[in-house]
Write a new protein. Structure first.
Length: 483
C-alpha cells in the first residue's frame, strides 16, 4: 500500500504520484508557487487518484478566482463521471465530497467535511491546511482555532511539519483573541521553520491586534529574507508592513510599499492582491491623505476582471476601488448586478448568497455613501453589522477597514455618543494606537473639549513617533528594494 509522508494510505496511487503529492503539500504549507507544478505532475502520473483530483480542486478554489473555479469544475466533472465514490476508502470519499461541496459553492459544508476527515486522519496535512483556509474564508474564528488544535496532539514532536501545523494554530488563536498564546505558538513555529510565512503572518497579526506597532515592524524587518519574496503571501505581508507605516504616520512609506509590492504595472491582477491594494488605499483615504492616480489604475484592474458573483469579500474591495477613483457608476452597477443575482432562484446552501445579502451589499452601499459624504447613511448601514462582519470572511485586521469607516462616519455625522463608544472600545484593546488617539482628538474637537483634544493629540503623536523611530530606515531608503 502506497502512503504519503505522514503514513496515510493513498488509494489508486503509485509511488511516483505519492511523491508529487508530498511535494505539493510541502509547497502548499509554505505558500510556495511550486504547488501548481507538483499538483499538475500528480494528475499526470496518477489521473485516477482521488486525493490528486481533490487537491487540484482545492488549488483551483483557494485563489477566489472565478475563472480558475470554472476550470476546476470541468476537470473534476470529467473525473467524477467514472468513479464509484461509495467504493472508496473514507479518506478519499471525504476529500472528494469536500471538493464537490466547494465547487458547488457550499464553503461551510466543505469545511465540515474536512473537519470530519481530520477526526479520522488528523495527520492529513492537506485536509488541515485547506480546511483552515475555508474557516478563514467564512470568518469562523472558533473553527479556525479548534480544527487545528484538535489535530495537533496527533502529530509527533519530531515531525518537521508539526511546526507548520503549529503556525496554523497560531493564526486560529489570534483570530479568536488569544494573543499571548498565539504569539508563543507563532514564534515557536517560526523557530522550527524560519520560512513558515503563515506563522510569521500569525505573529504579525498578534502585534497588529494589540497595537504593538514597533514590535511588528521590527519582527518583519528581522524576518524579511524569509517572507518578502517567492511565496503567495509576500504581498499580504507587505500590506501588513504598510499598515504599520500608517500607524507611524508615515504615509510616504505606506505608498512606497504599495507601489513596490501591492500594485504596479507588473502586478498579476489576482483578486487576493487587488483586495490588499484596495484595503490599503482606503485606509490612506480615511487618514486624509491623497493616493493620486493609484485609485484609477486599481479601479481599472478590478473592472478588467468583470467578476461574476463569487465571493462577497472581493466585491466589497472592488467597490472600494471604484468609489476611491470616483467611479460611482461602476460601483452602483456592481451592487445592482448582485441584487439581480440574489433575486434569482438559487440554492440556499450557496455560501456567497448569504454573505452577499447579509454583509456584502450593505457594506458596498456604505462605502458608496461614505464617498458621497452621506455619513448618517453609513452609520445606519454598518452599525447593525459591526459584530457580524466576520460572516463574510477575512481577518479582524482586514475587516477593520469597515470598522474605521463606521467610526469615521460616526464622527462625520455628529453621532458623538456612538463615536465615543467605538473609540473607547478601540483604545481599550489598543491603547498605543496613534489612529485611536487621533480619533479621540476628533471627538473631543466635536464636543468642544480643547483640553481633552490636546491630550489625545499628544498621545497620538507619541505613539506615531515610537513607531516611526524604527520605521525610519525604510523612509530614508525609499521603496523596499527586495520586493
Amino acid at each position: 500500500m502506497v502512503t504519503d509522508r505522514y503514513g496515510n494510505p493513498l488509494h489508486e496511487c503509485t509511488s511516483e504520484t505519492a511523491a508529487h503529492l508530498d511535494r505539493g503539500v510541502e509547497a502548499l504549507l509554505h505558500f510556495s508557487p511550486e504547488v501548481e507544478q507538483a499538483v499538475d505532475d500528480a494528475l499526470l502520473s496518477g489521473p485516477t487518484s482521488p486525493v490528486a483530483q481533490s487537491f487540484a480542486v482545492y488549488l483551483g478554489m483557494l485563489g477566489t478566482e472565478p475563472g480558475e473555479a470554472v476550470t476546476a469544475r470541468q476537470r473534476f466533472d470529467r473525473y467524477a463521471a467514472g468513479v464509484d465514490v461509495s467504493a472508496l476508502p473514507v479518506r478519499e470519499r471525504l476529500h472528494l465530497a469536500a471538493a464537490e461541496a466547494w465547487l458547488a459553492g457550499d464553503l461551510r459544508r466543505a469545511g465540515r467535511l474536512l473537519e470530519e476527515l481530520s477526526l479520522v486522519c488528523p495527520t492529513d496535512a492537506l485536509a488541515l491546511s485547506v480546511g483552515h483556509q475555508l474557516d478563514f474564508f467564512t470568518g469562523d474564528a472558533v473553527r479556525l482555532r479548534d480544527r487545528i488544535g484538535g489535530a495537533l496532539s496527533a502529530w509527533d514532536a519530531d515531525d518537521p511539519h508539526r511546526g507548520l501545523v503549529l503556525g496554523m494554530y497560531a493564526f486560529g488563536l489570534e483570530e479568536s483573541g488569544h494573543y499571548r498564546q498565539a504569539e508563543e505558538a507563532g514564534l515557536a513555529a517560526v523557530e522550527q521553520n524560519p520560512r513558515d510565512v503563515w506563522a510569521i503572518h500569525a505573529v504579525v497579526h498578534t502585534y497588529e491586534m494589540q497595537g504593538r506597532v514597533s514590535e511588528g515592524i521590527g519582527y518583519l524587518d528581522a524576518r524579511r529574507e524569509d517572507w518578502a519574496r517567492g511565496n503567495y503571501l509576500n504581498v499580504h505581508n507587505w500590506w501588513h508592513y504598510a499598515l504599520y507605516a500608517l500607524e507611524a504616520g508615515d504615509t510616504r512609506s505606506a505608498l512606497s510599499v504599495y507601489d513596490a509590492a501591492l500594485h504596479n504595472d507588473a502586478s498579476a491582477g489576482v483578486a487576493m492582491e487587488l483586495l490588499d491594494a484596495a484595503a490599503l488605499l482606503w485606509r490612506i483615504r480615511l487618514a486624509g491623505a491623497d493616493a493620486g492616480a493609484r485609485w484609477e489604475a486599481l479601479a481599472d484592474a478590478w473592472a478588467s476582471r468583470a467578476d461574476p458573483p463569487f465571493y462577497a469579500f472581493n466585491d466589497v474591495h472592488a467597490v472600494m476601488s471604484y468609489v476611491g477613483a470616483g467611479r460611482f457608476g461602476e460601483a452602483t452597477r456592481l451592487i445592482a448586478d448582485r441584487r439581480r443575482w440574489l433575486a434569482q432562484e438559487g440554492s440556499d446552501t450557496l455560501t456567497n448568497r448569504r454573505m452577499t445579502a447579509d454583509i456584502g451589499l450593505p457594506a458596498c452601499e456604505a462605502l458608496v455613501a461614505h464617498a458621497q459624504g452621506k455619513h448618517s447613511t453609513v452609520v445606519d448601514l454598518l452599525w447593525p453589522l459591526r459584530r457580524r462582519l466576520h460572516e463574510f470572511g477575512g481577518s479582524h485586521a482586514q475587516r477593520d477597514a469597515l470598522q474605521k469607516t463606521l467610526l469615521d462616519s460616526a464622527l462625520g455625522s455628529g453621532r458623538h455618543e456612538l463615536a465615543r463608544a467605538l473609540i473607547s472600545e478601540r483604545i481599550g484593546l489598543r491603547p498605543d494606537s496613534s489612529y485611536n488617539w487621533s480619533a479621540r482628538a476628533r471627538l473631543a474637537d466635536g464636543l468642544g473639549d480643547a483640553a481633552v483634544a490636546a491630550v489625545a493629540r499628544d498621545q497620538a503623536r507619541g505613539a506615531a513617533a515610537a513607531a516611526a523611530q524604527i520605521l525610519r530606515p525604510l523612509s530614508d531608503a525609499g521603496p523596499p528594494s527586495d520586493v
